[in-house]
Design a protein around this ligand. Structure first.
Ligand SMILES: [Zn+2]
Length: 278
């Protein structure tokens, strides 16, 4: 690298020697010297243009490398936070290469090696599965970006901002013929009917392995004032312009369904990510 700079510097110095004359005469013109100066000027002009182009290419390369390095650091930060990976000898990001925005959150290096959580396949249907950390109870879910699978409930679960989300991928009914488990059972925690076709949330009904199903209208947003026969079974929250009107009118049943739909959609997205990556 420094040899290259040395060659460049030598070329510039040679051109300078050809171009600069000490104590030039002010009373006569040396045509030979003028020719030499023109050649030197031409050489320096070419060199200047070449260096500018080269500098832009180096700058683009530098930006690419820096971006990749910063994404490595961000990934390392998230790994360290979730304690997936620990390299005790890693001393943190190099200030020389980092932009200010990336440098601001300090990265804490754990002092001991931790065991990465173990992901295993959880079957969705015969040929498709999702990867999750198997746990026995909801109390084991942590806010750390991992996807868990609560074996006792047959529910996936995760925590974001300390809010617990749980559920599984349910059926979506496109006709109204006897949809099952699309509404909460009204005997919350006290249902004794083993044939009950309503949904029993395992958090409120210990031992339940129900998965909520949906009707297709559940994804259809209905704005305030809109007359629609399946209004309460549709989506009545989520449009930014009507949040203030919608939020006070939404029912606990709709809130529960919204949470479960969120999990359903998220799990579907993870399946697409796993099997249909573009
Ligand atoms: Zn019931």
């Amino acid at each position: 690298m420094f040899e290259l700079l040395g060659v460049l510097r030598k070329t510039v110095n040679e051109a300078l020697n050809e171009c600069i004359v000490e104590n030039p005469s002010t009373t006569s013109i040396d045509l030979h010297r003028m020719k030499e100066r023109e050649r030197a000027l031409s050489k320096i002009t070419d060199l200047h243009a070449g260096i500018n182009t080269f500098a832009r290419e180096v700058e683009a390369l530098l930006q690419t490398c820096r971006t990749q390095y910063e994404s490595d650091i961000a990934l390392m930060g998230s790994f360290l936070k979730s304690k997936h990976v620990v390299n005790e000898t890693w001393s943190g990001p190099s200030k020389r290469f980092m932009s200010k925005t990336i440098m601001s959150p300090p990265v804490t290096i754990p002092t001991s090696i931790t065991t990465p959580p173990e992901y295993s396949k959880v079957s969705i249907v015969d040929s498709y599965n999702l990867m999750a950390i198997r746990v026995s109870e909801f109390s084991e879910i942590k806010t750390n970006g991992d996807l868990y699978y609560v074996e006792s409930a047959d529910h996936f679960a995760f925590k974001i901002a300390n809010v617990l989300f749980h559920g599984n991928i349910g059926n979506i009914y496109t006709s109204e013929n006897d949809p099952t488990r699309v509404k909460n059972c009204k005997f919350r925690g006290n249902c004794t009917n083993k044939e009950c076709m309503y949904y029993h949330d395992p958090l409120h009904n210990p031992g339940s392995r129900d998965v909520r199903n949906f009707i297709s209208n559940s994804w259809q947003y209905i704005s305030p004032g809109c007359q629609y026969k399946n209004r309460t079974r549709s989506r009545r929250f989520g449009s930014r312009e009507y949040i203030e009107a919608d939020l006070p009118t939404i029912t606990p049943e709709e809130v529960d369904r919204f949470y479960d739909q969120t999990v359903h959609d998220l799990l579907c997205s993870l399946m697409l990510n796993r099997y249909h990556h573009v």
